[in-house]
Design a protein around this ligand. Structure first.
Ligand code: ZN
Length: 486
């Protein structure tokens, strides 16, 4: 009898190894913890710990009992008893509405616990249907109280994103982690019935381009215009393209951040860019609508920005500037303000007459790697691209760039080209109290679906069209099909 029972467990175990499609749709393996010293695992009813190598039951837990799983010197311990193999944690059969718990949080799926491959500590993986995983994702991304078509559009984007990225953490034995690096997932605790409804209403629906799943990037608010992927990250595709957005009611539509000149210098130095004293900033003025300047993307997102220093100048990518100064987005303009000065004069933007001194048309090779959300921590950052001040000539020394003599030297060609070349914001020489105002729009990378824009579209869309979420998705992902994947 006991043998028969074990055999069944072995078969269940073997089935659980397949990246299987069950009646509930495909299963996903979510990394709940990776590299943790110990976790408390429990169940809202009795549960079993099952050896992952032979399917035998190695421990039992009673209703609301907690077992302490520890990692010490490369080994697993269950309540201080050595456990030599990875194992599953499974609820005993019973009512559906009861859950396993990890560190006090409830999870719908079963758990697999093993030593981490890439980190020191243990890995806790939850195995559950993709559709149920999405329940725990949606409320982290948007308010489930938003119009249903917007919630449905978010559900399709999150589903497609998960399928596209499944296996990203294969080395550690799971598909996706539960942080922003993949998609934030909060388990049963995070769920909201309205979010679950949006998932159920779009069950199995995904966005594809030429019958292939696409990376459905989404963000909070674009600031009026989304961006072509190649202007934000490396790589190019035909569906993440710049389109007008409808996020004017987003709380992030306008934002401002003011930093002192010294703070800018400090943060640059902290990141290895020793420019000396900040003398000016070179950046084309931001236009609303389509931008054409070489240092900006279509939406106006900053591709490159030059900080002019007393010792050297540095070119940063928009993404690096965003990270360094903790800006909401790369869609921003800069203004200079100097207390006690005529700030209008200080803020005057002059077309750059010395375009050749810093070549902004080919910065990509030298500039720090631009990496998609999530991978940036793993990749080693290259040395920043810096240009020695000696190459710059005296033009960027405070004030001289806006001298009448310099202005007079501009020939007509340069004047015509001025909208395509970066302007220079110059600080006066004696401006210790100068501040730099970053005035920007939107929040997030500006690629693909804009959540605040989707909300506005859903609010203004036809009330009786229950497929309108597809129109929303087709706006933010150009040329895609919304199809049933399973
Ligand atoms: Zn991840």
């Amino acid at each position: 009898m006991r043998n028969k029972f074990s055999l069944v467990l072995v078969m269940v175990f073997l089935l659980s190894l397949l990246p299987s499609y069950t009646l509930a749709g495909p299963l996903v393996r979510i990394g709940i913890f990776n590299g943790k010293d110990s976790v408390a695992v429990g169940g809202q009813r009795a549960f079993s710990l099952v050896d992952a190598t032979d399917g035998s039951i190695i421990a039992r837990g009673q209703h609301n009992e907690k077992l302490r799983i520890e990692y010490r010197d490369g080994q697993l311990y269950i309540n201080n008893r050595l456990q030599k193999t990875p194992f599953f944690v499974r609820l005993d059969p019973g009512e559906e509405s009861e859950f396993l718990t990890v560190e006090g949080r409830r999870y719908r799926g079963e758990l697999e616990i093993r030593p981490s491959v890439t980190k020191k500590g243990l890995t806790v993986i939850e195995i559950l249907p993709l559709e149920e995983y999405l329940y725990g994702v949606i409320p982290w991304e948007i308010s489930p109280a938003w119009p249903v078509e917007a919630v449905k559009a978010q559900a399709v984007a999150a589903r497609t994103y998960a399928l596209y990225n499944a296996g990203k953490h294969a080395k550690d034995g799971f598909d996706l982690c539960n942080t922003t690096e993949c998609q934030v997932y909060g388990g049963r605790e995070a769920e909201d019935p309205r979010g679950n409804w949006g998932v159920d209403a779009t069950r199995g629906m995904v966005a594809t381009y030429k019958n292939k799943l696409i990376p459905t990037y989404f963000h909070s608010s674009s600031g009026g215009y989304t961006e072509n992927i190649e202007n934000v990250w490396s790589g190019k595709n035909d569906y993440i393209r710049a389109v007008p957005d409808f996020d004017q009611h987003s709380p992030y539509f306008h934002w401002e951040l003011t930093l002192s000149k010294d703070e800018i210098g400090k943060r640059l130095a902290g990141a290895g860019y020793k420019i000396g004293s900040l003398q000016g900033i070179k950046l084309s003025p931001l236009k609303s609508g389509v931008n054409e300047a070489v240092d900006r993307g279509v939406s106006g997102r900053v591709k490159t920005i030059v900080f002019l220093g007393s010792e050297q100048n540095v070119i940063l990518t928009g993404n690096d500037a965003r990270r360094l100064f903790q800006l909401n987005s790369t869609l921003f303009d800069v203004e200079l303000s100097e207390p006690g000065k005529d700030n209008k004069a200080a803020q005057t933007l002059v077309p750059d007459n010395k375009q050749t001194t810093v070549n902004l048309t080919k910065p990509a090779k030298e500039s720090p790697a631009q990496t998609p959300r999530g991978t940036e921590k793993k990749k080693k950052r290259k040395r920043p691209a810096t240009t020695a001040n000696t190459e710059q000539g005296p033009t960027f020394v405070a004030g001289s760039a806006i001298s009448p003599a310099a202005a007079a030297k501009r020939d007509s060609t340069q004047n015509q080209a001025s909208s395509l070349t970066p302007g220079v914001h110059v600080l006066s020489q004696d401006s210790p109290n100068a501040v730099i105002i970053f005035a920007g729009h939107g929040s997030g990378h500006g690629l693909g679906l804009s959540q605040w824009g989707a909300k506005a579209m859903a609010e203004q869309g036809p009330k009786d069209d229950h497929t309108y979420y597809q129109q929303i998705l087709k706006h933010y992902y150009q040329g895609v099909d919304i199809t049933k994947w399973y």
